[in-house]
Design a protein around this ligand. Structure first.
Ligand SMILES: C[S@@+](CC[C@H](N)C(=O)[O-])C[C@H]1O[C@@H](n2cnc3c(N)ncnc32)[C@H](O)[C@@H]1O
Length: 280
């Protein structure tokens, strides 16, 4: 349950920024420092959780995925997971830990080579394939504009997901025989402050993630499980995003839920769609 994962309110102690910071930081950085010092998830990030008491998460956002997965269990038994907007790697760390818990498998996946930084290191010819890093026969592929430093078992591809070349490299890393069990998208545009423009950018990221999911997710029929392939996607509250949910997501998936995890800051309009039962 969440209580075992999420930091309890009682354990929150307030640490004031150092004298230097208090004296010299600008008003907005003071507000930021103060918010960080009061944020139980920032503290918890460095202390690990019951998924791995020793894990230091790279991002506070790891708690959002832990919470979503606690509730919907989409990572249970997943063999191939794609993590869009994966930097600095908090979500991929959670996925890798969850996959380690699954039944042990044999590393059999082969594909064209993409190295851990996403750059092809060498050109291989047909029939001369490389084994990709997998976690016990499972595969995690993370994509981001920014580099993701090595996480064991995670293939990272640096590039713009909106660019066809990046999607081509991503597709190269997927095994066509297995497809993808879970597509995660925590992608968020750099907010410009112009609400309309930010919503447009967010809608564009959601549309591309959905298009990719439609092409690669396994169907409920293929998995023999009612929930089939799952798409977990960040969005920002806006009527246009709700229209997108109705028109596209609800047509392609049997179940679509809106969730605002406890660990998502209340002042942010972000939330997540959990789409399962992919119809294909
Ligand atoms: C909130 S962060 C993701 C945090 C991540 N889930 C974690 O736990 O470490 C959003 C990420 O989306 C990435 N992003 C935004 N637009 C992108 C795009 N067009 N292609 C790839 N990544 C993108 C950003 O670079 C940023 O790293």
């Amino acid at each position: 349950m969440f209580s075992t994962i999420l930091p309890s309110k009682r354990s929150i102690a307030i640490t004031l920024p150092s004298t230097f910071q208090r004296r010299y930081a600008s008003k907005s950085s003071k507000q930021w420092l103060s918010r960080q010092s009061r944020d139980p998830f920032v503290r918890q990030r460095n202390q690990g959780t019951d998924i791995d008491p020793g894990t230091t998460f790279r991002a506070r956002s790891a708690f959002k995925l832990i919470e979503l997965n606690e509730r919907y269990k989409f990572l249970n038994g997943a063999r191939t997971v794609v993590d869009l907007g994966g930097a600095p790697g908090g979500w991929s760390q959670v996925v890798a830990k969850e996959m380690e818990k699954g039944p042990k498998g044999v590393v059999t996946e082969t594909s064209k080579p993409i190295d851990m930084d996403g750059e092809p290191k060498m050109e291989l010819h047909e029939g001369n394939e490389l084994q990709l890093p997998t976690t016990l026969g499972r595969k995690i592929i993370a994509v981001d504009l920014l580099p993701i430093s090595t996480i064991p078992g995670v293939i990272s591809i640096q590039g713009d997901f909106l660019a066809p070349e990046t999607r081509r490299r991503l597709v190269q890393a997927i095994s066509p025989a297995t497809g993808v069990d879970v597509v995660l998208s925590d992608m968020a545009p750099n907010m410009s402050g112009n609400r309309l423009r930010d919503i447009d950018l967010s809608l564009e990221l959601c549309t591309m993630a959905f298009d990719f999911a439609k092409d690669w997710l396994v169907t409920a029929q293929e998995t023999g499980k009612p929930h089939g392939g799952v798409l977990v996607m960040k969005y920002f509250e806006h009527p246009e995003l709700q229209a997108f949910r109705k028109e596209y997501l609800q047509a392609a998936f049997r179940y679509v839920s809106n969730v605002k995890p406890t660990s998502s800051r209340s002042e942010s309009s972000e939330a997540y769609w959990i789409c399962s039962g992919f119809k294909g």
